[in-house]
Ligand binder design. Sequence first.
Ligand code: C5P
Length: 232
Amino acid sequence: MGKDVIIACDFDSAEKTFAFLDRFTGRKPFVKIGMELYYAEGPAIVRAIKERGHKIFLDLKLHDIPNTVKKAMAVLSRLDVDMTNLHAGGTRPMMEAALEGLTRPDGTRPLLIAVTQLTSTDEETMHRDLLVTGKMEDVVMHYASCAATAGLDGVVCSPREAEAVHARCGRTFLTVTPGVRFADGDVGDQKRVMTPAEAKRIGSDYIVVGRPITAAADPCAAYERCVAEFCD
Ligand code: C5P
């Protein structure tokens, strides 16, 4: 898979999601379905978006005992998504079990990406609440390295970490990066942002873009602008 723009479809109903996707007449963007939409509509929404011809990143961030995650991944794999994820904090045995569950009888499977430390967790909170000591960037790199050793395909990380992740885990280890904003756009609640062009320069493999596209007056034009800056 090459570089691509993934639209975060953070809607609370199928109706709103389809109204949004209906606006894309020429293209079938890669879309991310997160907890909000999945818990609202269940697996039917995944099948419906797939039937419309979109690639899907199912962002449910699994984290449980290895056997439970393995079985859940086997079910998600049957939904025929293109990419899904889990928390690297579930440890290597959980990530290995997830890969096993995700692999279909014919040997194919969706890409499996690990979340390292959430970007909502700062270093002080990580020390205080999780008792994970050390620098945030070292912890993120360690989690990425564990994910690579477990055989995963990449990590979700800040675009600012993409270069270091590639240096540590190899150029083919994927970096999926949210926190993207246009140079002249609203930052919103994201703290450390980058433009699509900067994310491209720094080597992100996929950018995940929500509100700059979903809340734009012309979402198709905003999407095309992302593609032009990031992919072309
Ligand atoms: O609207 P916005 O572009 O900020 O959306 C970013 C998307 O990426 C959201 O779905 C958000 O949950 C997700 N995400 C993130 N930061 C992470 C992991 C996921 O913003 N560290």
